[in-house]
Design a protein around this ligand. Sequence first.
Ligand SMILES: Cc1cc2nc3c(=O)[nH]c(=O)nc-3n(C[C@H](O)[C@H](O)[C@H](O)COP(=O)(O)O)c2cc1C
Length: 317
Amino acid sequence: MKNIKIIQAPLAGISDIVYRKLIREKSKETLLTTEMISSEALDKKKKTLIIEYDKCEYPLSFQLSGHKPHIMAQAAKFLNERASCIDINFGCPVNKVVKGTDGAAMMRNPKLASDIVKAIKDVINVPLSAKFRLGWSLDEINFVEFAKTLEEAGVDFITIHARTRSQMYSGSADWEKLAQLKGEIKIPYFANGDIKSVQDAINCLIMSGAQGISIGRGLMGNPYLAWHIEHYFKTGQILEELTLEEKIEILKRHIEGEVQLRGEKNGIKFMRKFYNFYISSVRDASKYRQVLVRIETKEEVLRVLDEILSLHLANSR
Ligand SMILES: Cc1cc2nc3c(=O)[nH]c(=O)nc-3n(C[C@H](O)[C@H](O)[C@H](O)COP(=O)(O)O)c2cc1C
């Protein structure tokens, strides 16, 4: 994990094998991450692996959620043979998750979080990371203490989404706040939240003092952003942003992959979450999105995408 500077942040219902492989096409070093896997579900399903993955994706991290140390340890032991790294979700803000004390609720229970880390650490030999937020709310900011607790328990690195649980996804990520970690922990920390361009990555690293960055929504509709950032780190050059033509070409392959994975009906339904991101630069993007999300067949989606592209090219001449 020494050379990792970019992590693809886990996105439930988004970061499946097709999405991750699009990122891997160009970026060889980004640490890819599966969608969150519930340790309880893994336990109940008698360890049938519920996440599709491929060897070409490595380095690949598997993210686990849960609050029972022995169940988390069992799940981690099972994933250990498959993963380059295991990540623990201590940051999910969703009610369904925090009600069960999972996700961000664990930031209010550092003793239990520490027990989970120790239990997992005992049974795996790949690196262990944890992802969390600034704290539960602006009145309960405890990421520095939480980071120290997890470091002591044995995590190898951490990612922090620079918002509180109460903020959910509102406002802006506070990259500057993360600089409070400098000198407080020895393990690397990755900054997460609102990185959508190479320039954002540069600014975030400077402001947070982090050793690397983690990108979630910035890769939706722009899977080559990870490669552009990687290229900048290696050469100091900022590559041209993708044109609409290039984005639509990637989108078509994304659609093709999801249709192959899920079948046409479900694949096309699944892709509705992505159109906004891929075609955001088009004039009247929201109008086209509304058309695209009603379509049920691949053929028709591809036809509308071609139409959007020709109109865009004609308008920009
Ligand atoms: C649709 C969606 C699903 C998410 N799923 C997860 C998840 O499974 N595990 C996790 O740790 N964070 C999850 N997150 C949080 C992201 O990983 C990330 O921390 C957050 O979106 C902020 O980063 P970004 O601005 O780069 O997207 C999710 C966020 C979104 C929007």
